[in-house]
Ligand binder design. Structure first.
Ligand code: SAM
Length: 296
């Protein structure tokens, strides 16, 4: 009687699959606390993941995800982007959502420095563009102070993504020749921005506020107090560029109640300005079917 290992293995395909998966997982969880080969020079790539749709990732970002040893990512990085990271690359969630910091910024900086010193190729993956409200300077200053080489790969910031996927232009020569990106999340929450200067800007600028959803009621009432027209158009774009994108439009007076009624949870951008009246009828669903486009 002959005994075939292959035949026995073939009888339990699920078990084989589970064993292989567990080996893969263990390989991915290998200990990163010890130094790599002493000769290897560590480096850090600070990479923008864009606002959602994984197809908006740059080619360079995609290439770096394939060669990284480890990827440190934020909550804003979409699952479709994370799915592009090969299984053998270790991933670490470093969180950072307003009010729910899973790792303090200082610890993220220290982790980057430790991994760089240990000789790893690190991708620090951030939602949108690393140059826009992403605390990139704190990380690059820590790397510089420790002589760890780094490079930055831009990503599409939420304002550009939201504009393209909603059809709301950021500038329009007829009404807005400037666009202002501002954060509503102030380092010192007891201080308020200069509402009067923001109100003056709103006469002929588009103002896009990041991290303002929770303060929408306060923001609109402060703007009204300093004389912004009550019928100024306002749009709130939730999950821009994602499958669950929602857009609520209204005016300075109506937007906060409409957003509350729609139970918008974010992430969301607030867009103030006449450009909302220039909104174009875009069909972002076409972007999912471009493989059928024929060439003439
Ligand atoms: C810490 S900032 C990061 C911005 C990011 N670096 C960028 O360039 O888009 C987080 C804020 O960006 C905005 N945001 C990011 N992604 C978004 C999306 N897909 N849709 C709407 N707003 C988004 C929200 O206002 C969110 O609170």
């Amino acid at each position: 009687m002959t005994y075939s290992i292959a035949a026995q293995v073939a009888r339990f395909p699920n078990l084989v699959f589970r064993v292989v998966e567990s080996i893969r997982r263990k390989a991915a969880q290998r200990d990163f606390s010890h130094s790599r080969e002493a000769s290897a020079e560590g480096k850090v790539f600070i990479v923008g993941a864009g606002p959602g749709d994984a197809d908006l990732l740059t080619v360079k970002a995609h290439k770096l995800l394939q060669v990284a040893d480890i990827v440190l990512f934020d909550w804003l990085v979409d699952a479709s982007v994370l799915a592009m990271i090969p299984r053998h690359v270790k991933t670490e969630f470093v969180g950072k959502r307003s009010g729910k910091h899973s790792m303090p910024q200082q610890d993220i900086c220290q982790r980057l420095v430790a991994l760089g010193k240990a000789g790893y190729t690190v991708v620090r993956l951030k939602g949108g563009d690393p140059a826009v409200f992403a605390r990139t300077c704190e990380e690059t200053e820590a790397l510089s102070a420790n002589n760890i080489p780094f490079a930055i790969v831009p990503g599409i910031t939420a304002a550009s993504g939201a504009s393209a996927y909603t059809g709301i232009p950021l500038t329009d020569r007829r009404c807005a020749q400037t666009v202002r990106l501002m954060t509503a999340h102030l380092q010192d929450p007891t201080k308020e921005p200069d509402w009067t200067s923001i109100a003056a800007a709103m006469k002929n600028e588009t103002v896009v506020m990041y991290m303002g959803l929770k303060r929408l009621g306060m923001i609109t009432s402060r703007l009204a107090d300093v004389g912004v027209a009550l019928d100024l158009p306002v749009a709130v774009v939730e999950n821009a560029c994602c499958h669950n994108q929602r857009v609520i439009t209204g005016t300075l007076t109506t937007i906060a109640p409409s957003v509350a009624e729609a139970q918008i949870e974010g992430p969301a951008l607030l867009i103030f300005g006449e450009v909302i009246h220039s909104r174009q009828q875009v069909s972002p669903e076409l972007l999912k079917h471009y493989s059928h486009v024929s060439f003439v």
